[in-house]
Design a protein around this ligand. Structure first.
Ligand SMILES: [Zn+2]
Length: 286
């Protein structure tokens, strides 16, 4: 009897250990699958920019927030359920079509860190942005070229401005845009804000061919020229624009130029939110 009981105990214990091993295997292979891919979402926020980057291992970056609170519902669709924290928020420049939605994000999410140029620009929404950051004591970096952050196997770095623009007055805030590059093995993406072609030559020597280009200044003629594309040669070009916008963005000449470089062109006014997923070598647009 005692022998039978100890045999049963042995079988039972072995079964439990086996179950743990099987579950650990299932769980770790699931984690490996979901963790290995980078996802970039060009959010459909109307006439404005907003890019949400979901990094492998769960961290995230939000660049700009579009012109209104539509970014909140867009984030709700792409962020993990219950995730109320964003690791890094980048404000390219304080124009309303980039900053307005970001202020709403600051109010509703726990933001761990902010990057911005700190350019002087009088506007009530920019004042609210600054008040919110200081009230919440969010670490706020006034970035220049060289500022970078590594998230496991992904590098995220600033290419512009070349020197500090903190509190500096500038005629055109587009040219205070924080430009960032993300590198993941053979995959790269360039986020240009609204930097205009009068200033772009200052960073020509910092650039190389990229997989994905966030087309400068909503596809305006002043954001894209042949010299720019000759260096960047994007496989995928994403234009963030509002349907029937009054600016005439994107310019037909920008579309033609991108086509002449054989870029796959996507636009938020026609395609809605655009998702690009990559394992660091291959990529797919959804
Ligand atoms: Zn803009």
């Amino acid at each position: 009897m005692k022998n039978l009981r100890s045999r049963l105990q042995l079988i039972f214990t072995s079964l439990i250990i086996l179950a743990i091993i099987v579950w650990a295997g299932v769980f770790s292979s699931y984690k490996a699958d979901s963790a290995s891919n980078l996802k970039i979402y060009f959010l459909n926020v109307g006439q404005g920019d907003s890019e949400y980057i979901k990094l492998p291992y769960g961290q995230d970056i939000l660049i700009d927030g579009g012109p209104d609170n539509s970014v909140l519902s867009e984030l709700g669709k792409v962020m993990a359920f219950g995730d109320r924290e964003i690791n890094l928020v980048v404000l390219t420049h304080p124009h309303a079509d980039h900053i307005s939605g970001l202020v709403e994000v600051l109010k509703r999410y726990k933001v761990d860190e902010v990057w911005e140029s700190g350019v002087d620009y009088p506007s009530s929404v920019y004042d609210t942005w600054k008040t919110e950051i200081s009230a919440q004591k969010i670490p706020d970096q006034f970035v220049t070229i060289g500022t970078q952050k590594t998230f496991d196997n992904i590098n995220f770095k600033v290419l512009y401005p070349l020197s500090s623009l903190k509190n500096s007055k500038i005629d055109n805030a587009n040219n205070a845009s924080v430009v960032t590059e993300l590198d993941f093995n053979q995959f790269s993406a360039l986020f240009t804000g609204d930097l205009e072609k009068t200033v772009q030559p200052e960073i020509y020597d910092k650039l190389h061919a990229v997989t994905v280009l966030k087309v400068d200044h909503h596809g305006s003629t002043n954001g894209t020229d042949d010299n720019w594309l000759k260096i960047l040669r994007p496989a995928v070009a994403v234009i963030e624009v509002g349907y029937n916008n009054t600016y005439g963005h994107p310019a037909p000449s920008t579309i033609d130029l991108l086509k002449s470089y054989a870029a796959q062109i996507y636009r938020t006014d026609q395609d809605g939110t655009i998702e690009i997923e990559s394992d660091g070598v291959n990529w797919v647009v959804k």
